[in-house]
Design a protein around this ligand. Structure first.
Ligand code: HEC
Length: 418
């Protein structure tokens, strides 16, 4: 385009671009342009030039304040959310800890501060720079491409009140500009590339699918799960109870049990063995053989299942109990000592029932300890009780001799022993 045509069409001029030799010249020119009263101009260089902001008279941006605001919003939001969910909306006691305490909430607060500050820095930086921008008039200057390699440019926008094609060019040249060049606004509207438009449209349509799906399943009723992407083995050909099947002669899918089958632990119905009952009263005898093997078994089961609460010797001072008292747990009931008179007076059947069904605050153990083992535990409890209240008569005669010498030994003073 020749100079004359440009003058007749001066509205199309977007600005003036001037090239300088190096960073120092650019900086000097920037302050010169500012002193001449220009406000809408920009400096372009392949690398950051120190002090150029001051030379151009740029003030600090709003960005630090945006980041601060993001951080504060993140921290307060996270704190509020945790307080609301844990202490107000759904209070859930965990190991007696307070509903709300600051130290426990620090990690999430910290993360939220970082997250929102970073997002504010990223989004704010983009927005304040006016990005994303698909096209800029300067991009039509071939010379300007060197701004990313070795060119130092100053561009003055035509919308600046001081702007005048010839006067501005003269000023720039007096400030040491090598070349100046007017650049135009694009004559035709710059279009967004078609493939990009298509991609955005397709993505927008795809984004509609999940909400549509959700709306559909909310509006319809069905017994099957609403969305079952991974079905694993949930749906498989099988017979449910009481269904019919052509497979068997009687047309039933369920098969009768094999003749003589009985359920585990349902050996006939022996109330003595299974419930510790004889004629409706707690049994006073054992329905199983009393052997030393059973006694050993009983001891091992007792140490596993009972000692934590009742203590190894049965005094009701097991480790859980001690801990509960140390912590002053308000709801803890001290396990009864098996040596207390009430328990000693109980028939074996009643002890068996206590172990099977539990009593008041103590849970039952029938699901964990087998019938035989429960009787073994009863046996061992009797042994514990007898051990605590033993008399000389309980010592077998063949051991009496040793006991007598031991007792006499005790009576001697340590000095005569040596
Ligand atoms: C979780 C702790 C705990 C365990 C484990 C436990 N007990 Fe108890 N037991 C208790 C408490 C507590 C009581 C007192 C219940 C009450 O008074 O509310 C109790 C009471 C008893 C009594 C007295 C029942 C009565 O008539 O008052 C016997 C006997 C007994 N337990 C035996 C056992 C045996 C045997 C085992 C092991 C199979 C066992 N306990 C396991 C907590 C426990």
């Amino acid at each position: 385009m020749d100079q004359a045509a440009r003058e007749t069409d001066s509205k199309q001029v977007a600005g003036l671009l001037a090239e300088f030799d190096g960073p120092q010249a650019l900086k000097a020119a920037a302050s010169g342009v500012r002193e001449a009263g220009y406000t809408r101009f920009e400096a372009y260089s392949p690398f950051p030039v120190h002090g150029i902001d001051a030379a151009m008279g740029r003030r600090r941006t709003l960005l630090p304040w945006l980041v601060l605001g993001g951080g504060i919003a993140g921290g307060l939001g996270a704190l509020l959310l945790q307080w609301w969910t844990n202490a107000v909306d759904y209070p859930y006691l965990i190991s007696g800890k307070p509903w709300f305490s600051l130290p426990a909430n620090i990690p999430v607060v910290f993360e939220a501060i970082i997250l929102l500050s970073a997002l504010a820095a990223f989004g704010g930086g983009l927005a304040l720079s006016g990005l994303p921008e698909l096209f800029h008039p300067l991009l039509s200057c071939a010379r300007f491409r060197r701004a990313t390699t070795d060119g130092f440019f100053l561009g003055i926008d035509a919308s600046d009140p001081q702007f005048d094609e010839s006067r501005t060019a003269a000023l720039l040249r007096s400030l040491g500009a090598g070349e100046t060049e007017l650049y135009d606004r694009p004559r035709t509207e710059q279009k967004v590339p078609r493939p990009l438009v298509m991609a955005v449209v397709v993505a927008a349509c795809l984004a509609l699918l999940p909400p549509l799906w959700i709306a559909r399943v909310r509006a319809t009723r069905s017994a099957s799960p609403r969305l079952h992407l991974v079905s694993d083995m949930d749906f498989q050909p099988k017979y449910l109870p009481q269904q019919s099947s052509p497979l068997f002669g009687d047309g039933r899918a369920m098969r009768p049990p094999v003749e003589g089958t009985m359920a585990v632990d349902q050996r006939g119905d022996d109330p003595h063995l299974l419930r510790g009952e004889v004629e409706g009263q707690p049994a006073t005898t054992f329905p199983v053989a009393v052997t030393s093997d059973r006694m050993k078994r009983g001891r091992s089961r007792y140490d596993i299942y009972c000692a934590t609460c009742h203590g190894l010797a049965g005094d009701g001072d097991g480790i859980t109990s001690q801990l509960a008292f140390e912590r002053e747990e308000p709801k803890w009931v001290r396990p009864l000592s098996v040596h207390s008179q009430v328990v000693r007076d109980q028939p074996v059947g009643q002890l068996f029932q206590t172990i099977s069904d539990g009593i008041r605050t103590m849970p039952g153990y029938s699901s964990q300890i087998s019938v035989e083992d429960r009787w073994a535990v009863v046996l061992y409890v009797l042994a514990l009780q007898r051990g605590r209240h033993a008399t000389l008569e309980d010592v077998p005669t063949e051991l009496r001799r040793h006991l007598d010498t031991a007792l006499q030994g005790d009576a001697r003073t340590p000095d005569t022993e040596r």
